[in-house]
Design a protein. Structure first.
Lengths: 214, 501
């Protein structure tokens, strides 16, 4: 997979690049700020851009804005946004229309090599990756008449993994159950929450998130 | 917090009011429980009425016209009335003090009458009468107590049997002294009366109008003084005392209201108005300055405390974890050759510990200043707070665009602290946050359905109040009747707070 890395901290950028190379990906460019990122994205048309939210010159959210720009201008590029902190607001902004080829992860996840590699793979191939922390914030929000109370603990686990953007196969592997069992859980969850099931994982992510945000 | 709105003068006036209330009740109890037969309850009650009337109206006048002596004189009359009532006490010392100060109320009244409504004397004649009143009523009328022994006074059947202030027993001297005083004072009082009448007749219509209600008071005062001299102190003591006293007291109780009415009706001269306004503004300014100084000191202290807490959190948290990690890594390195499996387990543990350290650091950074607030503004930041709150929080926000940074921060921390309090203390099931812009001001409200009783003086809310006050805003904490607590911040969105001009 051809990857572009935009991260202003050299230490972290080189770490990410090394991780990607060890996982067999090709790093086609490195950028230190949002303008650089846009230029290289247009030039290299990578499969995936990994983008830090905070970058020079303002150190606020230019990475996030660049990510949105890439998604509207170059929709074929997957975008994996890395952030030093999680805010469901940012996830909502990024996912507003479409979760296809989009990831939003806490920077710390980079250290969890397998999870990170898995997210890179998913987002680079049109899937989604949402940080477990965002998902747990969304699911953990205190509600009156919480509809999630109707779910069994196992169903909640499955719902969380769905929201992270995992496929049924990946969920089955993680929970050490058969894929068939996961499908049954998914059907039951959608029934209890009144959601319409959808084939593709990234559409499923969107449906679940919309439900959780409501 | 609300007390901070009072000027130092107003605080002093409140203290005087409390003192007056207390003294009145004390004197009433002394009079009502006195075993001296000449102390009927009705008289004690009348005294209370008169004293409180003067003190109350006097304080009101004092507050309204702080530069004018009138209010202070009225308060003095009230207190003097209470002291004079001590004459009926069966406690010898109290009774003696009462006798010694018996005429003070009348003295203050005469002073009041002469300087009304400006509070200033206008001529040497004015000053003469005032001087005479203080010397004759305050000093000379009080002196005979030193020579009066009730035990040897055959006419004193209704009073205590001893006088602790007695230095020499001479009833004849006392009678002669008081008779002499009366003989001089009555003509002086008549002269005063004439003086006042003449002054009024030559006054301009506006001034005359302001004096009208006071004539009523003046007449009553002169009547009372004459009655005091003739009945209480004179040789015919006891004959008409009761009737004269009751009538006089009823009349006197109306006097302070007449004064107050006259004073408030008085149109102040331009210069007086400016002076009054200046005094008022000065007092307000001083009060504000005091508040400001206090709140600045608290803000500095709060800043120090926050830094200390931060230092502790970093030191006890992340730093300890990192030191531990360094040790773990060193141990894992040593195990690497002999026991690679154990080394791997230790490395796993180390990376888990590392991730806990970063979680902690992230939370710490968030507490200092949430990035979402500067990146996305108040609504998003409050939404994020609500998401993390352990109870349902409903947000009703209608802001368009961003607010000035300092306002956003203050409002955010109001919501954050208020929600923390809700979770910690109120036992509430849910909370509501309202944020709206109204008339160039930002209004933030956090409401819960808990048990109420939030302490506005608690350090968290106090700090918030300072923070809001620094932006010229106000923080209120209410416990409405229906239960729960409402914390409201009202912050102006003006240039001083970083809003565009």
């Amino acid at each position: 997979m051809r990857v572009l890395v935009a991260e202003d901290s050299v230490l972290l950028r080189e770490g990410v690049v090394r991780l990607l190379q060890e996982a067999g990906h090709e790093v086609v460019g490195q950028a230190g700020d949002a303008d650089d990122l846009m230029r290289k994205a247009r030039a290299h048309k990578p499969d995936l851009a990994i983008v830090d939210v905070r970058m020079p010159p303002t150190q606020t959210d230019e990475g996030l804005r660049a990510a949105k720009e890439i998604r509207s201008e170059l929709p074929e590029i997957g975008v994996l946004v890395l952030s030093g902190y999680v805010e469901p607001t940012y996830a909502q902004e990024l996912l507003a229309e479409n979760a296809e080829g989009l990831g939003y992860l806490l920077k710390d996840r980079v250290a969890d090599v397998d999870t990170f590699a898995d997210a890179v793979q998913r987002v680079g191939t049109g899937g989604s990756a949402l940080d477990p922390e965002v998902v747990s914030l969304l699911m953990g929000r205190a509600r009156e008449d919480d509809p999630l109370e109707d779910l069994t603990p196992r169903e909640r686990e499955v719902l969380g993994l769905m929201a992270e953007g995992r496929s049924n196969g990946a969920i089955a592997e993680q929970l050490v159950v058969s894929e068939r069992a996961v499908e049954k859980h998914v059907t039951s969850i959608f029934g209890k929450l009144g959601l319409t099931a959808s084939g593709e994982d990234h559409r499923r992510v969107l449906a679940v998130l919309r439900f959780l945000e409501a | 917090m609300r007390l901070g709105a009072l000027t130092p003068l107003q605080r002093a006036l409140i203290a005087i009011a409390l003192l007056g209330a207390l003294l009145g009740i004390m004197v009433f109890v002394i009079a009502a429980t006195s075993e001296v037969p000449a102390a009927p309850l009705l008289e004690a009650f009348l005294t209370l009425l008169v004293g409180w009337s003067f003190i109350g109206t006097g304080l009101f006048a004092w507050d309204r016209r702080p530069t004018n002596l009138i209010g202070q004189l009225m308060v003095c009359v009230g207190f003097a009335v209470f002291v004079a009532e001590l004459t009926v006490s069966d406690i010898p010392l109290a009774a003696a003090v009462g006798f010694a100060c018996n005429s003070l109320a009348v003295v203050f009244l005469i002073h009041l009458l002469i300087v009304f409504p400006s509070g200033r004397t206008r001529s040497r004649v004015d000053r003469f009468f005032i001087g005479y009143a203080y010397i004759a009523g305050g000093l000379i009328a009080g002196l005979p107590i030193l020579f009066y022994n009730p035990a040897t006074d055959p006419e004193c059947t209704n009073c205590v049997t001893s006088n602790p202030l007695l230095i020499h027993d001479s009833l004849d001297f006392v009678n002669a002294w008081l008779n002499g005083l009366s003989a001089i004072s009555i003509p002086v009082l008549i002269a005063l009366f004439v003086h006042l009448v003449r002054r009024t007749r030559t006054a301009d219509p506006a001034e005359r109008r302001s004096q009208e209600p006071v004539w009523w008071a003046g007449g009553a005062t002169v009547f009372l003084f004459a009655a005091t001299l003739l009945t209480n102190l004179g040789p015919e003591r006891g004959t008409y005392d009761d009737v004269v006293w009751y009538i006089a007291n009823f009349v006197i109780a109306t006097v302070p209201f007449a004064f107050l009415f006259g004073l408030l009706r008085t149109r102040l001269s331009e210069a007086d108005l400016v002076a009054e306004e200046n005094v008022r503004l000065d007092a307000e300014l001083q009060a504000r300055l005091d508040d400001l100084r206090e709140s600045r000191a608290r803000i500095v202290q709060a800043g120090d405390a926050a830094r200390r807490k931060l230092e502790r959190d970093l030191h006890d948290g992340a730093q300890q974890r990192l030191v531990g990690l360094a040790l773990d890594l060193r141990l894992a390195r040593e195990k690497l050759d002999q026991d690679p499996r154990a080394a791997a387990a230790m490395l796993d543990e180390a990376s888990a510990e590392l991730s806990r350290a970063t979680d902690e650091l992230r939370e710490l950074a968030r507490g200092i200043h949430p990035a979402v607030l500067s990146d996305r503004g108040l609504e998003a930041a409050v939404e994020s707070l609500a998401q993390r709150a352990p109870l349902p929080v409903e947000i009703d926000a209608s802001l368009e665009g961003r607010l000035p940074g300092p306002v956003e921060s203050a409002a955010y921390f109001v919501v954050s602290e208020a929600l923390t309090n809700v979770v910690r203390h109120s036992g509430a099931d849910r909370a509501e946050v309202g944020i709206r812009r109204d008339n160039g001001r930002l209004q933030v409200e956090v409401r819960d359905d808990g048990s109420g009783g939030a302490d506005p003086a608690g350090s968290g809310l106090r700090g918030l109040a300072d923070r809001v006050a620094a932006l010229d805003g106000r923080l209120r904490v209410d416990d409405p009747a229906g239960g729960g607590t409402i914390v409201t911040a009202d912050i102006p969105l003006d240039e001083g707070n970083g809003a565009p001009a």
